[in-house]
Design a protein around this ligand. Sequence first.
Ligand code: ATP
Ligand code: MG
Length: 662
Amino acid sequence: MTVEAGSNTMNDPIFPVPKRLLDSKSSPTPYVDSFEKYQEMWKQSVEDPDTFFTNLSKELLSWSKPFQTVRSGGFAEGDVAWFLEGELNASYNCVDRHALATPDKVAIIHEGDEPDSVRKITYRELLQEVSRLANVLKSLGVRKGDNIAIYMPMIPEAVVSLLACARIGAVHSVVFAGFSSDSLRDRIVDASAKVVLTADEGKRGGKSIATKRIVDQAVANSPSVSNVLVFRRTGAEVPWTEGRDLWWHEEMAKARPYCAPEPMNAEDPLFLLYTSGSTGTPKGVMHTTGGYLLGAGATVKYIFDYHPQDIFACMADIGWITGHTYIVYGPLVLGATTLLFESTPTYPTPSRFWEVVQKHKVTQFYTAPTAIRALRRLGDKWLEGYDLSSLRVIGSVGEPINPEAWEWYNEQVGKKNCAVVDTYWQTETGSIIVTPLPGAIATKPGSATFPFFGIKPVILDPTSGKELEGNDVTGVLAVGQPWPSMARTVYNNHHRYLDTYLRPYNGYYFTGDGASRDKDGYIWIRGRVDDVINVSGHRLSTAEIESALILHHSVAEAAVIGGHDDLTGQCIHAFTTLKPNIEDSEGLEKELALQVRKVIGPFATPKAIYCVSDLPKTRSGKIMRRILRKIVNNEADQLGDTSTLADPSVVEMLIDKVKQSS
Ligand code: ATP
Ligand code: MG
């Protein structure tokens, strides 16, 4: 099979590396400053990974005991291991060594929910806090290998929590603090967490969140939990269970501000993290210490071209893998200053991101297409007057970024002077796997471009499983050989790990995403394989049709799915949200259908277009097309796991809209 190639792979514009990046007067010289150098390094990384990753692991990590074996195992058995005999501690690597070398350097800038609330924490302070909390956890009986649940707002204590667990070899499982008590309970129970770290309340966009109450409901049905440690964030009255609940400040005051880091084997688990749940029930992905940490550090160094004076701002939540790798472990392992953002892109106004960039002189800025599209929708005036000249690299992650949104980001935020890195990866990959490198790779809007070091991407024919060689091919995206930061298992469910990633195509890691390699060898992520639409034998990618819709000046966001059709097998249904002050009308819907027809071809003309007030999204901001598919196909009674839906009320609205139109 092939997916029809749309127009944007044919004559897509190419953006060269911005001149400013290569000009050593205005910015530091990129680590990789030509395409040739990238190719040479990439070739070595996949042909001789032992040498490449041995060198990198010595450069970026401190080992308390060196390894002898670089890697073992493989995809066949799902027994991949890296740096086998090596010992290291993630918290030592992220904190101690920098606290010794640069104690007064700011490790964390906390931009609180209110714009005037900023807290800065140096590496020296971070070491004391992490040590204290590690000692508190020990005093609660937490031992190496125990699982700890973290349900915290975006405050420095959240970062301290992750690192304190790592320090004593406890395995953290962070649950996004926007999840309901049921979702939290499921994750606590699945991991048999012993202790829950939380806060009295959260603050987001000026609103209070009853964090502790949610924890109480979750813990009431979680027999494994012996203690709940509560950080006082707002001072609100909270329900209290004597004997189980403890105040953070009281316990911390008793604890010694130094705790020796536990030596961990490279393959000891570092954390569990549940996937976003876009396609079904979330998976409890497990990452190990050595390989994960190396992937985190290497990608921050090369993909964000991190240099020691930089201020690194990843705007994700710590509850997602992006927050783990690009707020906590990646920047801190390199001794960087990392920014932690507690608020939302629109609080108190849609200028908030740009205010943050200006105030803290942010050099790397990393967000998701959902935020970029939302800000683009609200108009350019919110960026006016802000000095964004500190920025060098701006990144996107989480979903395919529509070329229109990419260009807006490049022009309005990057001022055509920054590298735009569209980074493709997954909870399971641990760190970015397909991406441009700022000083080396010319970009095409909508393409994640080329593989990172150690990644051998392959495009497979979905039916035969054969590798599609050469350029100008489309199929499913897989990876040909193990890399250090890949997930090692699904917690307590190795079968699911094998069945989901390693068995669908023998000898490969299967991503579940469709992709093309265009005539120039650029990789384009086409969306989830499950979302591919088949109209009269034409296989169409959701990403492409959605991008065609967003090209229209009225459209803010689009989601496209396949409905049953007796004649054509499937037909296209398109859901769109409109920009402010634009009225839905039959004329507009016709125009949008015409737009798709023009950009992609008559066979891709949507059968129905629905202009709606919102799309169903995961709490991490990804569009959940499976919900739309069920609604259109009259299966709204079988929506499956909807616990990861950000706003459950959209379902009713969508059902009504579809009913009205039919
Ligand atoms: P679940 O696995 O539970 O269905 P999820 O796949 O949304 O949830 P994540 O691990 O958070 O969970 O997301 C990874 C997915 O996000 C990728 O498989 C891909 O579909 C999408 N994605 C991430 N970055 C990009 C990108 N730059 N371009 C295109 N798609 C991306
Ligand atoms: Mg996934």
